[in-house]
Design a binder for this molecule. Structure first.
Ligand SMILES: [Zn+2]
Length: 381
C-alpha cells in the first residue's frame, strides 16, 4: 500500500503521467529505477492497481502530511514571508471541479441538468490555500470533497463542504492565526460563525445583490473614506477606499455584526478599472483599510496560482478518478522532465528538503510524514 501511495504521489512530484511507465522500463532493463532509489518504492504498481487500491482509501489519511509540512516549513522560517496583518496568515477557500462527464459516472458523482436536457456528472472540492499579497508562492492545505448529498445546487454544496473543512481542519490550523478569504458565496452568517468558532477571522467578498440588508444600511449615509494615487505615467491609478463598521450581516435580531469596506481603482480620467467590497470581523479604519483590501483581493490566488497551476502545469489534477481521461488532454511528455538522480536531488534541494536516507528494501517502512515533498503546489490525491 505504501508503494501505491508513493507511486500516485510520484506522478504529481515529477509532473509527468508517463513517469511510472518509464521507471518500470528502467527497472526491467537495468534492475533498478529512480522510483526505487529516490522515492523508496520497492515495486512499481500499474495504473489500474493504483486506482483500485486508492479508491477506497479515505483522503483524510493525507491530512498529517500537510500538517507536518506546514509545521516543518514554519520551523525553518518558510512561513515568515506569508505572514501579514501583524503575524496572521491568509487561508483562501474556494471550490473547483476535477472531473466532469456526460457518460462516465460513479455513486459519488454530483449531477446537474444542462440546457439541452442532458445530465452532467462531476466531482468537485473545496480547496484551501495559504496565500499572501505580493507573493507568488502559495501553500495548499488538504481539500474537502463536495458530496452529492450536500445539495443539488452548487450554492448549496460548496458552503456545506467548506464548513465541513472548517470543522475537520480549522482547529488544527488555528495556530496559524488564520484569516479566511472567500468570495460572495462564503459571505453569509453560517460560514462567518463557523470561521469564528474555530478561532479564525474572515475577509469575504460581498456583493450588494446578495446582501440586501447590509446594503440598505450603506445607502444615504456619509461613509468614512479616503483616496491615494499610486504609480506614475500611464500606470497612474487612483485608489479610493470606503468603509463602515458594525453592520448587520442579515435581517433579524441574531444577525452577526460585521465591518464593511470597499476598494475602487480608477484611471486618472475617472474610468473605474476595479471595484470590490468585503466584509470582515477585523477592525476597519483609515490605518487598516489598505492592508485589509489588499488581503481580500489575494483570494484570487487560489484560482490562478493554485487551481490553474494544478490543472494546466503538468499536475494532471483532472486525471479523473473514474479511470478515463476527460477534458483537454495534458501536453504530451516525450520524456520525463527530470531523469537523473542529480537533477532530482537539485530540484528537491532548492525547495529546502533532503531526500530520505537510502535503506535496504527489507528495512523499509514508510512514514507518511517522511515522504519527500517535491512541490508546494501539489495535492497528493
Ligand atoms: Zn463519480
Amino acid at each position: 500500500m505504501a508503494d501505491i501511495g508513493l507511486a500516485a504521489f510520484s506522478i504529481f512530484f515529477m509532473q509527468s503521467p508517463s513517469f511510472l511507465a518509464r521507471q518500470r522500463a528502467l527497472a526491467e532493463s537495468r534492475g533498478r529505477s529512480n522510483a526505487q532509489t529516490l522515492l523508496g518504492m520497492t515495486t512499481i504498481p500499474c495504473d489500474n492497481h493504483i486506482r483500485q487500491m486508492l479508491d477506497g482509501a479515505p483522503t483524510d489519511h493525507f491530512d498529517a502530511v500537510f500538517a507536518g509540512l506546514v509545521r516543518d516549513l514554519d520551523e525553518r522560517g518558510g512561513l515568515a514571508p506569508l505572514r501579514c496583518l501583524k503575524g496572521r496568515t491568509l487561508i483562501a477557500l474556494d471550490g473547483s471541479e476535477h472531473f466532469c462527464s456526460r457518460k462516465i459516472t460513479c455513486p459519488h458523482c454530483s449531477t446537474r441538468k444542462r440546457a439541452d436536457g442532458a445530465t452532467e456528472y462531476f466531482h468537485s472540492f473545496v480547496g484551501a490555500t495559504l496565500v499572501a499579497p505580493g507573493h507568488a508562492t502559495v501553500l495548499p492545505l488538504p481539500p474537502e470533497f463536495v458530496r452529492p448529498q450536500d445539495g443539488a445546487k452548487k450554492q448549496d454544496c460548496e458552503p456545506t463542504a467548506a464548513r465541513r473543512w472548517l470543522a475537520r481542519l480549522g482547529p488544527a490550523y488555528a495556530w496559524l492565526k488564520p484569516v479566511y478569504l472567500g468570495d460572495d458565496l462564503y459571505a453569509h452568517q453560517p460560514m462567518c460563525a463557523a470561521i469564528l468558532a474555530v478561532g479564525g477571522s474572515f475577509i469575504l467578498g460581498c456583493k450588494p445583490s446578495s446582501h440586501k440588508t447590509l446594503t440598505e444600511y450603506l445607502r444615504g449615509v456619509a461613509l468614512d473614506g479616503f483616496r491615494e494615487t499610486k504609480g506614475v505615467g500611464s500606470a497612474k491609478r487612483i485608489h479610493r477606499y470606503r468603509w463602515m463598521t458594525e453592520l448587520p450581516l442579515r435581517d433579524g435580531k441574531d444577525a452577526l455584526k460585521v465591518n464593511w469596506l470597499e476598494i475602487e481603482i480608477a484611471k486618472p480620467d475617472g474610468k473605474v478599472t476595479y471595484r470590490n467590497s468585503f466584509i470582515t470581523d477585523l477592525p476597519v479604519s483609515r490605518r487598516t483599510v489598505v492592508d485589509l483590501a489588499a488581503c481580500g483581493r489575494t483570494r484570487w490566488k487560489i484560482e490562478n496560482e493554485t487551481f490553474n497551476v494544478l490543472k494546466n502545469n503538468g499536475y494532471n489534477l483532472e486525471h479523473n478518478p473514474h479511470g478515463e481521461l476527460v477534458g483537454p488532454r495534458p501536453r504530451p511528455h516525450p520524456r520525463p522532465q527530470v531523469q537523473g538522480k542529480r537533477e532530482i536531488t537539485q530540484k528537491i534541494g532548492k525547495l529546502g528538503y533532503k531526500l530520505p536516507p537510502q535503506r535496504a528494501p527489507d528495512q523499509m517502512t514508510v512514514n507518511p510524514e517522511s515522504v519527500p515533498c517535491g512541490n508546494l503546489a501539489t495535492y497528493p490525491f
